[in-house]
Design a protein around this ligand. Structure first.
Ligand code: C5P
Length: 222
């Protein structure tokens, strides 16, 4: 089989409020790294774009370190044309502060309330952008939900035009084990319960390669 290039986003992003404070989340980057290692093990190329997690795959991958969602978006757009497959495993912060305070915000807060109001604005949806510009690429994402897991994950796959979505509950975040549903756009679903992230990653990569091969056959026959 042709050697594919996987572009994988991983880890959290940080949205700085002032020089020392930021909005982020608990993403460890373990799932992203496991995906990268599985793709490398199968002989594929990996471009690994990661927020600050400290968890990276081997040096066989091209590793691009970023901080904010805006940085990640820029790096993804720059590398998208090289990719056959994009996997959005990063827990991208959906919002960022409207204003970045150049100096550390004082604990005295503002004059009226003594508190601080932080207005947020939306970050770009990176995986949705990749899917919108996918051409023949396979684009896969994750959905972490606290309720209606499968329904919401399917909704996300449709709204973002993904080929595959991995639904997981919040208990999976930063753990070595996870329970996930791997759902493809043809309705196929694989449930993996309390499995290691390495095992889950292997299943995801194999499912993606299966979709890629089917697409190639479809192209030849049409
Ligand atoms: O919409 P939600 O954040 O739940 O979607 C999760 C999926 O979308 C993940 O694959 C994540 O990497 C991706 N995502 C993204 N850019 C965002 C938000 C989410 O690529 N701004």
């Amino acid at each position: 089989m042709k050697k594919l290039t996987f572009l994988i986003t991983s880890g959290p992003t940080r949205e700085y409020i002032d020089p020392v404070r930021f909005i982020s989340n608990d993403s460890s980057g373990k799932m992203g790294r496991a995906l990268a290692l599985s793709a490398l093990k199968r002989g594929h190329k990996v471009i690994f774009i990661s927020g600050p997690s400290g968890v990276y795959p081997s040096s066989k991958a091209e590793i691009i370190k970023v901080v904010s969602a805006a940085d990640m978006f820029k790096a993804v757009k720059k590398n998208l044309f090289k990719a056959d497959v994009v996997i959005g495993a990063a827990a991208v912060s959906d919002f960022k502060p409207v204003f970045f305070h150049r100096h550390k915000i004082k604990k005295t807060g503002d004059n009226q309330t003594g508190g601080v109001l932080i207005k947020l604005k939306k970050n770009p949806d990176i995986i949705a952008y990749c899917a919108k510009n996918k051409r023949s690429r396979i684009v896969a994402g994750f959905a972490l939900e606290t309720k209606d897991l499968i329904k919401n994950a399917r909704g996300k796959m449709k709204d973002k035009n993904l080929d595959l979505v991995v639904a997981n509950a919040k208990e999976s975040i930063s753990c070595d084990l996870a329970s996930v549903f791997i759902i493809n756009k043809n309705g196929g679903m694989l449930k993996l319960e309390n499995a290691g992230k390495k095992f889950i990653a292997g299943k995801i990569i194999d499912e993606i390669i299966g979709i890629y091969k089917n697409n190639q056959i479809g192209k030849k026959c049409s």
